[in-house]
Ligand binder design. Structure first.
Ligand SMILES: [Zn+2]
Ligand SMILES: [Zn+2]
Length: 291
């Protein structure tokens, strides 16, 4: 789940997701947007359980599910053909087909989708990015003797102000150079990394699958998945700051996956259930410190 201000985005919904959400303490409140990378069952089956949970709890009013056309067709069959079977849905479900491009834009950030090569059509990855902004420089404001309060807020919002003493202050006088915002790239299952280079360029964090190790590179290729090494190569080439690997096969040990990836890209983490990271520009902090 990606959280930003009051926004929450669940990315994919594998089997058992609703139980994990309960155990995580995140709860279902405001869980009204689900982004689906593709329609394979290990990424959508949990929607059935989630909807059943909503039937009992009615914790939310509406649910928007974003995905490619093929994924949404399968989700439609799962929810309306299997779970509801003609019954009224407890929540208003909106299946929103998306393609490459911006899917949500708020004041200070946007979410966009980009195409991903995997088995089947319409596979997507997601980019979460804060918009670039100019930082407020309090020392300049002090030097200009601008009192705290609405004057400073207006300057931050790019508006010139007139102080009680009649002085006119322009935003340029108290704002620093423009800085790019935090960027988080999430890629689900994927077989080719070259097309992802531009979107991953300089990202603060990249979450991506690593289903295989190099010793099974051929199988990874056949099933359009990545090895840990391939994921790490992408992170290195794109100059991302932190790499978080997911979708690890149960046949491997975490430390072998880590070792393979870190040979190429040292800033690698293998995600575990309930891991919680805060991502800021160039910085990744583990919020659950018991690891
Ligand atoms: Zn898949
Ligand atoms: Zn998968």
């Amino acid at each position: 789940m990606v959280l930003h201000d009051e926004h929450r985005f669940l990315i994919d919904c594998g089997e058992g997701t609703q139980r994990q959400i309960m155990l995580s303490g995140l709860g279902f409140k405001r869980l009204n947007r689900i982004l689906i990378t593709h329609g394979h069952l290990d990424h959508i089956l949990g929607l059935a359980g989630l909807l059943s949970t909503f039937t009992r709890w009615e914790a939310i009013e509406g649910l928007e599910i974003y995905g490619g056309r093929w994924a949404l067709e399968r989700i439609h069959d799962l929810l309306y053909g299997v779970v509801l079977r003609g019954a009224q849905s407890p929540v208003d479900i909106q299946l929103r087909p998306i393609q490459e491009g911006v899917l949500l834009e708020a004041d200070d950030f946007r979410v966009s989708a980009f195409p991903v090569q995997h088995r089947g059509p319409d596979c997507l990855g997601f980019l979460f990015e804060e918009k670039p902004r100019r930082p407020f420089l309090p020392e300049r404001a002090e030097a200009l003797q601008i009192p705290p309060g609405p004057w400073r807020r207006d300057l931050v919002n790019g508006q010139a102000i007139t102080l009680p003493d009649g002085r006119r202050i322009q935003p340029d006088e108290v704002l620093g150079a423009q800085r790019s915002g935090t960027r988080l790239v999430h890629v689900g299952d994927v077989g080719q990394t070259e097309p992802l280079l531009p979107v991953c360029r300089d990202a603060d964090a990249l979450v991506i699958e690593a289903t295989y190790l190099e010793e099974e590179a051929e199988m990874a290729h056949d099933f359009a998945h990545l090895t840990a090494r391939q994921a790490a190569e992408l992170a290195r080439q794109a100059g991302v700051k932190h790499l978080i690997l997911t979708h690890i096969s149960r046949r491997y040990r975490e430390r072998d996956v880590l070792a393979e990836a870190r040979l190429v890209f040292p800033n690698t983490i293998v995600a575990r259930d309930f891991d919680d990271f805060q991502i800021k520009r160039g910085e990744l902090t583990r919020v659950n410190p018991d690891e």
